[in-house]
Design a protein around this ligand. Sequence first.
Ligand SMILES: C[S@@+](CC[C@H](N)C(=O)[O-])C[C@H]1O[C@@H](n2cnc3c(N)ncnc32)[C@H](O)[C@@H]1O
Ligand SMILES: [Zn+2]
Length: 279
Amino acid sequence: MTIAPFTSLICPLDHEPLSRTSTSWCCPQGHTFDVSRQGHVNLLPVQKKRSLDPGDSKAMITARRRFLEAGHYQGIAEAVSRQVLSHGSAHQALAVLDAGCGEGYYLRELAGIESARRLSLLGLDISKWAVQAAAGRDRRMGWVVGSNAALPVPDQSLDVVLCMFGFPTPAEFARVLKPGGLLLEVEAGPDHLIELREIIYPTLKAPREPRQAPEPGFKTDTVETVRYARTLNSREQILDLLVMTPHLYRATAEGRAKAEALAHLDVTVEVQLTGSLRL
Ligand SMILES: C[S@@+](CC[C@H](N)C(=O)[O-])C[C@H]1O[C@@H](n2cnc3c(N)ncnc32)[C@H](O)[C@@H]1O
Ligand SMILES: [Zn+2]
């Protein structure tokens, strides 16, 4: 695989193209965004931030990184990489954005696949902690702090947008995808981590109804369920899973204490991958 960072960025203030200097990204109007020591750039204007420290916290990012590196979601990563790499023809280069990339696990896994394809990759997240962690880990991709609500990339510039356990903004995804481009969304299935949820909640919510119709501007192309079992065999791994998901905050105190006391837990991983093509 030939991997390069995706570099067609636009200014978040006036949408003019950004060009890279040795230390920053600049637009023709003179807006300048410094490149960090780790190599990422913050393109989330202060006036568009809804909170001082938006997105996942440092603790959530650290827990997620440990959990993912233990391989528990490798089956998801493999299915995602397979779908990305089967998009378009084998000799076509692909520009791929992971919108809400967290600490970058899925782009790293994609970049690690043996293939003759040429990929330009961009990971974006609203959490500076996530992007910092991702950039510090792998410089083959571009990494940006930004929001899915206003992606700092030009219209029709991407072949694939990934949105994994994230915040879908379909109109914005439709803007940045080329016609025929692939939006790949990954969401928890009804039985995802059910064993943990049974411990921490007094009653389980009814599973969400599967989506009936594609988003405007898209047609549904593929729906794939990935389902397998994993064993978490230490208290640390169970705690990491609790901290990296919203479950920790939603659980009852009693449920949380029960989960925190476990040293072993068999869990079901079940996710749905929905691939939609931009019309
Ligand atoms: C549940 S995590 C999933 C992270 C990653 N996709 C993964 O599966 O490992 C959701 C991510 O979305 C980010 N996020 C929240 N709001 C966002 C927004 N408006 N734009 C981009 N990212 C956002 C959070 O900071 C967090 O990293
Ligand atoms: Zn500008």
